[in-house]
Ligand binder design. Structure first.
Ligand SMILES: Nc1ncnc2c1ncn2[C@@H]1O[C@H](COP(=O)(O)OP(=O)(O)OP(=O)(O)O)[C@@H](O)[C@H]1O
Length: 244
């Protein structure tokens, strides 16, 4: 059964250095006749992708080739400029963990809020809060505002919320380095369980051996385009030939 379908997906992004949220500066530069249209870059270019339930897919390619951007599009964090994205099932995006937290409100309230962002109801999240706090080892911090947590604790909380129930689709950006050694082992075990089960997995990694061993299929991206997308062994081989 098909769980992800991307058709002709393109994404233009403004390049950082030209981009300003400062309305006053923008208005001034228009008045002074110095305003330049922000430069834009095509970061995903006509991407087609179909993924079936349970597939484990690796995404490889050079720095800046669009791998993380593709994961963000599939997770719904970014919307494409054109093309269509269809995703079926509950997605656990393990990217930019904790980026959606409100640092002023408590850990408990953030669990409710973040869970709702991930598509769960508030009452469901209330029931789950205890197991999330326990896994994150933050039981004593439930009522503390998130700004009182260390960055490792924030990542632990993000991981714990996103993986509390087995997701239909797991999105992993690079090898996870969440928290300290003992927490890393806990994360790895949880991910291994999903990996060996029915969950569809998309993982970005520069570790080509890992991709070959752990993924059935791999997608090679270059400058936002899919260059090759077959079994992982062959895709890695083609990629290595090209960069030699
Ligand atoms: N927030 C942003 N605003 C504008 N452009 C961005 C932003 N984030 C990334 N980009 C640009 O999008 C392109 C693709 O970036 P992306 O992070 O998807 O690459 P990547 O393949 O994951 O790279 P890496 O292997 O270095 O992690 C790059 O040219 C990058 O400069």
């Amino acid at each position: 059964m098909e769980v992800i379908r991307l058709e002709k997906v393109a994404l233009w992004r403004r390049t950082q250095e030209e981009f300003s949220y400062d309305l006053k500066k923008t208005m001034l530069s228009i008045l002074e006749g110095k305003y330049r249209q922000p430069a834009k870059k095509l970061v995903l270019d006509n991407v087609d992708l179909v993924v079936d339930k349970g597939e484990k897919i690796g995404i490889i390619g050079a720095n800046g080739s669009g791998k993380s951007t593709l994961l963000k599009i599939i997770s719904g964090i970014l919307q494409p400029t054109s093309g269509t994205v269809r995703v079926r099932g509950h997605v656990a995006p393990l990217i930019e963990l904790g980026a959606g937290f409100d640092s002023e409100i408590s850990v408990l309230d953030n669990i409710l809020l973040y869970g709702v962002l991930l598509g769960f109801s508030r009452s469901e999240m209330k029931k789950r809060a205890q197991s999330i706090l326990e896994f994150a080892e933050l039981d004593d911090y439930a009522l503390v505002p998130v700004k009182g947590l260390s960055s490792g604790m924030v990542a632990r909380l993000g991981f714990s919320i996103a993986t509390d129930v087995q997701p239909d689709i797991l999105i992993l950006d690079e090898v996870l380095s969440v928290g300290d050694e003992s927490f890393k082992n806990k994360c790895k075990q949880r991910i291994d369980n999903f990996w060996n089960g029915e969950t569809t997995v998309l993982v970005v990694s520069h570790d080509l051996e890992f991709i070959k061993q752990s993924c059935e299929r791999a997608i090679w991206l270059n400058k936002g385009q899919v260059i090759f997308a077959k079994n992982s062994e062959e895709t890695v081989y083609q990629y290595l030939q090209a960069v030699k």
